[in-house]
Design a protein around this ligand. Structure first.
Ligand code: GTP
Ligand code: MG
Length: 297
C-alpha cells in the first residue's frame, strides 16, 4: 500500500525533510517502517556518543564541539536524549537553551527527544533516528545522553566513538566506576577542570585504567564553559575511525538486538500497562508473572 511517507527522502540540505522523517520514525507514524527500509546511507558517517551524569557539562561541550566542526565546514546533527524517568515525561527545554546558539545555523541540526516508553536507557528509536540522520548526509552525528544505568552501555551500540564525561566532584565514586563504563569508553572527558581536585581525579582515573585492560583509553581535560580543551576532543573526533571488525560486529549485534526488542515490544504502551496494572491490583490474587504472561503473544 502506498503511503505518503514513502516519498520522504531526508536530506541535510532540507532540514524540514529531516525533521519530518524523524517525527515519523519517533512516533512510529504510518510508513515509518517503509521509510527506514528505504534509507540509503553511508555506514561510515561517524556517530559520536557523549554520556555522563546529569549536569556534567555535556551540552556545553557539544556546543563547543559544534563550533569547531562548523568552522571546518562540516554539517553536524545532534540528538540530545533526555531519559525522563519512566513515568515522567519531562521537559526538553534545557538542551534547547544550552545549544541555542546553533539552533538557527544552516549547518547544524539539533533534535531533542525523550526516551518515552522505553524501559530506561536508549530506545531502539534512538538508533532509528540516528540512522535517519546518517541517511540525510550529515558529516557528523553527535548523540548526547545522560548516563543513567543502561543507557551508558547502550550508547556504545549506537556510537562509533563513545566519550564518557566525568566531573571532579565524582571523586569518591571513582573507585566504583562500573566496569561496563570502562568497557564502553573510547575516551574519558574530565570536564569542570576548573574545579578543585581535577588533577587528583585524573591521576586516580589513570591508576584505575592502568589496572584494567582498558589502559589505552584516552583522557581529555576540559573546561567546556570556557572553551578549554575542546580542540583536542574535536581532533579525536575527526581522526579516522579505528574500529576493529570485531567491535563493529559487537556494535551491530547490540543494534539489531535493540531493533528486534523494539519490534517485539510493539503495541505495548506503558501508560496502558500502568492502567492495566491498576485494574489487576484491585484483585487479591494478583500475580505479576501471570499478569506479564498475558502480554506475551
Ligand atoms: N565550572 C564549570 N561549569 C561548567 C563547565 N561546563 C559546563 N558547566 C556548567 O554546568 C552546567 C550544566 O551544563 P550542561 O552542559 O547543561 O550539562 P549537561 O551534562 O548537558 O546536563 P544535562 O543534559 O542536564 O544532564 C551549566 O551551568 C554549565 O554552564 C565547566 O567546565 N566548568
Ligand atoms: Mg544536556
Amino acid at each position: 500500500m502506498a503511503t505518503v511517507t514513502q516519498h520522504i527522502k531526508p536530506t541535510c540540505t532540507d532540514f524540514r525533510s529531516v525533521a519530518r522523517a524523524l517525527t515519523i520514525v519517533e512516533n512510529n507514524l504510518n510508513g515509518a517502517a517503509d521509510l527506514l527500509k528505504s534509507l540509503t546511507f553511508n555506514i561510515h558517517t561517524p556517530v559520536t556518543g557523549i554520556t555522563g551524569p546529569p549536569g556534567a557539562g555535556k551540552s556545553t561541550l557539544v556546543n563547543a564541539i559544534i563550533n569547531n566542526l562548523v568552522q571546518q565546514g562540516k554539517k553536524v546533527a545532534v540528538l540530545a536524549i533526555d531519559p525522563t524517568s519512566p513515568f515522567n515525561f519531562g521537559s526538553l527545554l534545557g538542551d534547547r537553551i544550552r545549544m541555542a546558539s546553533h539552533f538557527n545555523h544552516p549547518d547544524v541540526f539539533i533534535r531533542s527527544l525523550a526516551t518515552r516508553g522505553s524501559l530506561g536507557g536508549l530506545s531502539a528509536k534512538t538508533i532509528e533516528m540516528t540512522d535517519v540522520l546518517k541517511a540525510s548526509g550529515f558529516d557528523h552525528i553527535i548523540v548526547e545522553t545522560v548516563g543513567v544505568g543502561q543507557s551508558e552501555v547502550e550508547i556504545a551500540g549506537l556510537a562509533d566513538l563513545t566519550f564518557v564525561m566525568l566531573v571532579p566532584e565524582a571523586g569518591d565514586e571513582i573507585q566504583n566506576i562500573k566496569s561496563g563504563l570502562m568497557e564502553i569508553a573510547d575516551a574519558f572527558i574530565i570536564n569542570k577542570a576548573d574545579r578543585d581536585g581535577a588533577d587528583l581525579f585524573i591521576n586516580n582515573l589513570k591508576k584505575i585504567l592502568l589496572q584494567s585492560k582498558e589502559n589505552k583509553v584516552s583522557i581529555f581535560k576540559t573546561i567546556a564553559s570556557k572553551n578549554e580543551g575542546i580542540d583536542a576532543v574535536t581532533n579525536f573526533i575527526l581522526a579516522p575511525l579505528k574500529i576493529k571488525n570485531s567491535r563493529r560486529e559487537l556494535l551491530l549485534t547490540q543494534k539489531v538486538y535493540n531493533i528486534i526488542q523494539q519490534n517485539k515490544m510493539a503495541g505495548i504502551d506503558k501508560k496502558k500497562l500502568q492502567q492495566d496494572i491498576a485494574k489487576a491490583l484491585s484483585k487479591d490474587d494478583f500475580n505479576i508473572y501471570r499478569f506479564a504472561s498475558t502480554y506475551v503473544g
